[in-house]
Write a protein that binds this ligand. Structure first.
Ligand SMILES: [Zn+2]
Length: 191
């Protein structure tokens, strides 16, 4: 039977992709960690100065559905690409997205169009946390029937909406097409 899950070798290759992402972000001047210097790996305040600066926060949750989605999108290629190749491709695509998300243009765009006021770009640790969340989503999808993955996707979108008035679908929508109503709703949840 064709394996659906990545092997330890595939995971090692994906980790190498993550290391490359860290190198790219560092070369662009992103800091490793929050400027506060506190070692806390998780911060729960989705709008404070520590957001997107520690390893994980409520926004990290919004990256798990990326993995679920990437698994579903790449699964039709299973006749051509091995489980490891698809996993590494998924992590590579998410890394490309993280690198794109942290270009000055996009950081400025987010600052203007979403609730992320004063946003200065993710720390490298936070980007790696996002990447790990995506890889986790992929691993979960590789173990579950498609319907169960879809249910997890919806549950996580709901959780992200509740926790930080954000989520994958909303994120894509507001990035492409800024909506005043959504912006007001997101701002209303702050403080
Ligand atoms: Zn901090």
């Amino acid at each position: 039977m064709d394996a659906e899950r990545p092997s330890p070798r595939g995971r090692a290759l994906a980790a190498a992709v993550g290391a490359s992402l860290a190198a790219v972000l560092r070369s662009r001047g992103r800091r490793w960690w929050c400027r506060c210097g506190l070692a806390a790996p998780w911060v729960s305040d989705a709008w404070g100065p520590h957001n997107s600066q520690h390893l994980a926060d409520p926004y990290t949750i919004t990256h798990v559905p990326h993995g679920l989605l990437l698994y579903a999108l790449l699964r039709p290629l299973r006749g051509r690409l091995s489980a490891d190749s698809r996993f590494v491709l998924a992590v590579g695509l998410e890394s490309a997205w993280e690198a794109f998300e942290n270009t000055e243009t996009v950081i400025g765009h987010y600052r203007k169009t979403t609730a992320a006021q004063g946003y200065v770009g993710d720390s490298v640790a936070n980007s790696l946390g996002d990447l790990a969340a995506c890889a986790l989503g992929y691993e979960v999808a590789s173990r579950l029937p498609a319907r169960a993955s879809a249910a997890v996707f919806l549950a996580l979108e709901g959780a992200a909406l509740a926790a930080c008035r954000d989520g994958f679908v909303l994120n894509v929508l507001t990035a492409v097409l800024p909506m005043e109503g959504v912006k007001r709703w997101q701002s209303a949840g702050r403080g």
